[in-house]
Design a protein around this ligand. Structure first.
Ligand code: F6P
Length: 315
């Protein structure tokens, strides 16, 4: 294989730029010509594919987001557009492609591989940390650190005003981001789809704590539940504490990537390029501290579950 490309698909994460930097530098070291595909599968279909060099990745390591853009492509779900995308690669002599994205992106990547024999290597990249087969997705550590800073700041004002703050985290259908954030910021309440909860039990506990001198409450609620406003109203009506909501939203996706996300990006990309050079398609996963390389169907087509050990930390 002499030419390889990389693209970012779906929600961007901090660490994608570190991955792009490693991709270019490692490919050149292995005497492969690296190409960037701009704007995800949309750019692949339309041929926005450009040869990349050292100058393209200078000073990007510290930046959040992705310098080559990302997209959620509806067109790529259609076979005719995937054929067009494959032709764009073939006419440039590109035989392998690294895809940074989530489950949906990997499903598309797998179809490109099966229908057009393009070698593909996925790198799990989503703040939701909701991909089966890997314990870690690129960008999660930076997102968690952002949430931690925000909740620490909210705690200051919550204590000053004797208020309850209901903080909504992202995560799509997954409660991972909310759970780890609630645990690591000392929240009093954590509501996620994976854990049953009992509002009556919370009510009894919180009322007792108020009598014992508690001044404020922090509740972390996963966006999946769509209960942020309801819980804020519950604090006011049932607990008798003034409440506010904070929807962290897309702040969780940006920012200077942490050391962990930078080194993980380097590790993931190096493995992906090595596997493509052996003409092996799959997804790079992290299990414990070790990298593994799995079949796409074992990653993108199975439901993700938060580990029981982590869930038990809240119970
Ligand atoms: O999948 C990443 C994510 O940030 C989810 O946590 C969130 O639900 C969604 O993307 C938001 O999507 P968009 O950026 O299209 O608003």
């Amino acid at each position: 294989m002499r030419r390889m490309a990389i693209l970012c698909s779906g929600g961007d994460v901090s660490g994608m730029n570190a991955a792009l930097k490693r991709f270019v530098e490692y490919a050149l070291m292995r005497r492969i010509e690296p190409f960037f595909v701009y704007d995800g599968y949309e750019g692949l279909i339309d041929g926005r594919i450009v040869k990349a060099g050292y100058e393209d990745v200078a000073r990007i390591l510290t930046l959040g987001g992705t310098n080559i853009g990302s997209a959620r492509s509806k067109r790529f779900m259609e076979a005719s557009y995937r054929a067009q995308a494959a032709r764009q690669l073939q006419k440039r002599g590109i035989e392998g492609i690294v895809v940074l994205g989530g489950e949906g992106s990997f499903k598309g990547m797998q179809l490109l591989h099966q229908e057009h024999a393009v070698a593909v290597a996925g790198i799990p990249s989503t703040i939701d940390n909701d991909i089966a087969g890997t314990e870690y997705c690129l960008g999660v550590d930076t997102a968690l650190n952002t949430v931690k800073c925000q909740i620490d700041a909210v705690r200051d004002t919550a204590a000053s005003f004797r208020r309850a703050f209901v903080i909504e985290t992202m995560g799509r259908e997954c409660g991972y981001l909310a759970l780890v954030s609630a645990l690591t910021s000392g929240a009093e309440m954590c509501l996620i789809p994976e854990l049953p909860y009992d509002l009556q039990a919370y009510e009894a506990r919180f009322k007792r704590q108020l009598q014992e001198g508690r001044r404020y409450f922090i509740a972390v609620v996963a966006e999946a539940l769509k209960k942020t406003d309801e819980i804020a109203a519950w604090f006011a009506s049932r607990i008798g504490v003034e409440s506010r909501t904070v929807v962290l939203g897309h702040t969780q996706r940006g920012g200077n990537p942490t050391v962990y996300d930078r080194i993980t990006a380097f590790r993931f990309v190096t493995r992906a390029v090595d596997e493509l050079l052996r003409n092996r398609s799959g997804v790079v996963c992290l299990e414990g501290s070790a990298l593994t390389y799995k079949k796409v169907e074992d990653v993108a087509f199975k439901p993700y579950r938060i580990s029981e050990e982590l869930l038990a930390l809240w119970e």
